[in-house]
Ligand binder design. Structure first.
Ligand code: FES
Ligand code: FES
Length: 268
């Protein structure tokens, strides 16, 4: 592996994870590098504007860059899929958190050659089994600015208003059932949250950012817990670590209920 690629991995992943990625690389004979990195800042409301002409690796069709946003845990893979079409996905592979590249047609992981659809982040080749998180973006053909909204929510899921997400029982009847979980991305927050109704009837709400290396955790409704497929850390419904390598709990939210809704607070 070249010195520059090792340096890249250290820069984006930190020394420990870079070492793991580095040992995986030679045997796989990867023919693609992670997309080059650029550092940017977001506005107060979580919007990033990229003037595409400033980034030659993004300006050309089939090109891509990795964008690290000041204060954000998840690096972004921004790809130019053709014409005025761009897409923005998480830049960390869901198999073992290696930084991703783009071969002009598919998103490719140099570590073990998982592949993903650049438009929706779906897995097209294993070993990864979980798709990449997709971010909302729009390209202005007049100004040539690509705008990325880091706080956009998921359609059909309530937004955070003053840090509060209100989940009406009429819309989320599962939240009345013991042993259930509801999940979604609130607008204004931009990250997935999980709300559990535990077997004893109590409620718990936690964030989706894995505390090991910032992959997105997934819920396991049968076990009523959470797993990070990047390195198989697991967490209880209350966010406590139940299997390493993660050592710190997930971010927890305050959760209460009224006669007609569950209310999650401090979602900011
Ligand atoms: S880290 Fe293994 S395929 Fe990406
Ligand atoms: S990122 Fe490593 S276990 Fe989650």
């Amino acid at each position: 592996m070249s010195t520059s690629r090792r340096g890249f991995l250290k820069g984006i992943l930190g020394t420990g994870a870079a070492g793991a990625a580095a040992t995986a690389l030679p045997g796989c004979a990867p023919d693609i590098d992670p997309a080059p990195v650029t550092d940017v800042s977001a506005s107060d409301v979580g919007v990033v504007d990229l003037l595409v002409s400033r980034y030659p690796d993004l300006e050309r069709e089939g090109g891509a860059i990795t964008v690290r946003v000041d204060g954000e845990t998840t690096p972004l893979l921004v790809t130019h899929t053709g014409g005025s079409e761009y897409s923005v996905l998480s830049a960390l592979c869901t198999h073992a958190a290696c930084p991703l590249g783009f071969d002009g047609r598919e998103v490719v992981c140099p570590c073990h050659l998982s592949k993903f659809n650049p438009v929706d982040g779906a897995v097209t080749q294993r070993p990864a089994t979980v798709g990449l998180r997709k971010f909302t973006s729009r390209f202005n053909t007049g100004t040539q600015v690509l705008t990325i909204d880091l706080r956009a929510g998921e359609g059909g899921f309530p937004s955070a208003v003053d840090g509060e997400v209100r989940l009406p029982f009429a819309q989320f009847p599962k939240l009345k059932d013991n042993g259930s979980v509801v999940e979604g991305v609130p607008g204004g927050y931009g990250k997935r949250i999980f709300v559990f109704r535990l077997q004893d009837g109590s409620l718990s709400a936690v964030d989706s950012v894995c505390t090991h290396n910032f992959c997105e955790v997934s819920s396991r409704p049968e076990q009523l817990d959470l797993i990070c497929y990047c390195h198989d850390s697991t967490f209880s419904a209350q966010g406590e670590v139940t299997a390493r390598p993660a050592t710190r709990p997930l971010k927890k939210f305050t959760v209460t209920e009224t006669a007609d809704a569950v209310v999650v607070s401090n979602v900011r």
